[in-house]
Write a protein that binds this ligand. Structure first.
Ligand code: GLC
Length: 613
């Protein structure tokens, strides 16, 4: 390798042995490895001085993202502000939302109508024309950094769009490019894969392969037919994708969300999920980042049960992702909304709270995707609750089919063959705000707002980083307009991907409006969370019995403070039969002084009872 500067060299020295070892294990190719190292230095050298400063500062404080002052928001650039320049003009609003991390939903070049919401990338180095340019992105990330905002983007590494240059050349039959994907000239191997590989979109995109008649080949397409799976057995694919990663990092991205990461390695006769090579690749990516751009952190998208998610943190000596989604908690939260029963949620909290405190989870109520019912059915079995009937109940309740339900959601990938379906809808609509507003039912509306705030209070109480879904801060409802759009109508996730309603947002300053109640309610919690030390991830957290299956009780404690949090998941007024140590607690949300004993709690009520110790 050519001569490099001392900072780079120092970082390289730390990782080189392991990086080389892993690379050789996977690829046995020294030329490609040395090309990788040269390119890493090239990207390091090309990194702007402001970003290098950021790297240096964060190397000194590697736990910067673990503090309780972190608050995220995810948003679609076009829905929120038209284009990237528009987002830059709206940074004041984001500041008012108290967020210091924004996840910009996919914005790279993609083909309209065949884009999977931007997750089918046609060019990793070009911004989608309608949204702006790479210069706009750099300007936005610079402006964000000045305001203390971190910027997150999706790095869609499992596949490219069929319109990506590699795919176009592969379709022409160029062997070099065909080898970057999975091509088969007959259906024998695809059929063999289908025997063990589950389907991601069983209804909207069944099967894992697509036949290309023009060249008489099958190509692997785990997601939509226009998303061609990349073949990471080919070191060229790995190297080029790492160069893309570094290119984007150099545009000022702080958090790389590695999309669909469990899927990136395929092996016949397996489920093609979570294979050991995936971890090798993520570990290499972590080291490459730490060498070239150490201020950039990895957020893994692993939408699976906890025992499958946790390995993506890696080990203490060999860490992989910095952060992962707390997906089972999210789904279990909506389970508790629909059942008014917290037993499964309590069990889920016990699992999460028993994990090492170093693990940083991203907590959320809603995101751009559907809610999949990946619950712990083994646990539910003891109450005689079966998977298929329970999913049906949840979906019936949350789509408003069940009598007495207040929610308005829609099904996603409802598969009559298996009886399986997932769910879409905004937080506000799932909490009943939409229905109550339509029916002009004041009492129901008040309850719905209370539920919405209670769920957020519950999200904020968890260790990790809470992430709001843009529009939730103003109680934005479902957007049904996608039904009339041929490019979107088959994908009900667009129900909760509507345009941000700025008129509605203006109402956040109108005293007594729904928007004001939600916006200021969240604001209060956000500020408390950032300020009070017991919200730090170094606190101990455990659940307590409340002797009522609708009330979740949680305690957070550090050496100085103790917080008893109570959440009533039912619409009925209840009593939490707790009996915490004597002394006066203060409810941080209302300022009320009270004892943490036999606490009366209104329907969908919440308490954050705090005491100095
Ligand atoms: C991730 C995204 C989802 C997308 C899929 C395929 O799961 O969150 O929206 O459909 O990847 O890229």
């Amino acid at each position: 390798m050519a001569k490099t500067d001392s900072i780079f060299q120092k970082r390289m020295n730390r990782h080189q042995d392991e990086l080389k070892w892993l690379y050789m294990e996977l690829y046995q190719n020294t030329d490609m490895f040395s090309e990788l190292c040269d390119k890493m230095y090239e990207y390091y050298s090309g990194r702007g001085s402001a970003l290098k400063k950021r790297d240096a500062a964060r190397e000194k404080k590697p736990g910067w993202y673990k503090k309780n002052d972190m608050l995220g928001m995810m948003l679609y650039i076009d829905n929120f502000a038209g284009n990237i320049k528009g987002v830059e003009k709206k940074l004041d609003y984001l500041e008012q939302c108290n967020v210091n991390y924004i996840h910009l939903m996919p914005f790279l070049d993609t083909i309209e109508g065949r884009s999977d919401g931007g997750y089918a990338v046609a060019d990793f180095r070009r911004v989608k024309k309608e949204l702006g340019t790479m210069e706009d992105l750099e300007s936005l990330t610079g402006a964000c950094h000045e305001k203390g905002l971190n910027v997150c983007m999706d790095f869609v590494m499992n596949h490219t769009s069929e319109e990506h240059e590699w795919a176009k050349r592969a379709r022409k039959g160029e062997g070099e490019y065909m080898s970057r994907y999975f091509f088969f000239d007959n259906d024998a191997i695809p059929a063999a894969y289908e025997r063990t590989v589950p389907q991601v979109f069983p209804v909207t995109a069944p099967g894992n392969f697509t036949y290309l008649p023009e060249i008489g080949h099958y190509v692997m397409t785990t997601f939509y037919p226009y998303q061609w799976d990349l073949n990471y057995r080919n070191p060229r694919v790995f190297n080029e994708m790492m160069y893309n990663f570094l290119f984007l990092a150099n545009k000022g991205i702080d958090i790389m969300r590695i999309d669909a990461v469990p899927y990136i390695w395929k092996e016949l006769n397996t489920s093609c999920r979570n294979l050991s090579q995936v971890h090798t690749i993520v570990r290499m990516m972590r080291m490459i980042g730490e060498i070239v751009c150490p201020s950039v952190i990895l957020l893994g998208e692993v939408v699976m049960e906890p025992e499958k998610v946790v390995p993506y943190f890696g080990t203490v000596e060999k860490p992989e992702c910095h952060m992962l989604y707390n997906v089972t908690t999210m789904a279990t939260t909506w389970n508790s909304v629909a059942t008014r029963d917290i037993r499964l949620l309590k069990q889920q909290m016990d699992i999460v709270n028993s994990l090492p405190k170093e693990y940083v989870f991203l907590n959320y109520l809603r995101c751009h995707d559907d809610i999949g019912w990946g619950l712990d059915y083994r646990y539910l079995m003891q109450f005689g609750i079966g998977e298929v009937s329970h999913k049906k109940y949840l979906n019936d309740f949350l789509t408003g089919q069940y009598s007495g339900s207040f929610a308005k959601g829609e099904l996603y990938n409802s598969d009559p063959a298996s009886g399986d379906a997932r769910l879409c809808g905004t937080t506000a609509s799932l909490c009943g705000i939409e229905k109550a507003r339509e029916e002009k039912d004041k009492e129901a509306l008040e309850k719905a707002v209370r539920l919405d705030l209670m769920l957020h209070a519950y999200m904020f109480i968890q260790s990790g980083i809470p992430v709001l879904y843009s529009g939730d801060e103003t109680g934005q409802e479902n957007d049904y307009s996608y039904h009339a759009d041929p490019a979107k109508q088959d994908d009900s996730r667009y129900l909760h991907r509507g345009k941000f309603d700025w008129k509605l947002a203006e109402k956040r300053t109108e005293k007594g409006s729904i928007q004001e109640k939600i916006f200021t309610g969240l604001e209060m919690m956000e500020k408390i969370r950032k300020k009070v030390s017991v919200f730090g991830s170094d606190s101990d957290v455990w659940t307590i019995d409340t002797w009522d299956d609708s009330i979740l009780g949680l305690i957070r404690a550090n050496g100085k403070e103790k917080l008893v949090a109570l959440f009533n998941f039912s619409g009925q007024d209840k009593t939490a039969w707790i009996n915490e140590d004597d002394g006066e607690y203060t409810d941080l949300l209302s300022g009320r002084k009270m004892q943490a004993k036999g606490v009366d709690i209104p329907g969908y009520g919440v308490y954050w009872l705090m005491k100095k110790i």
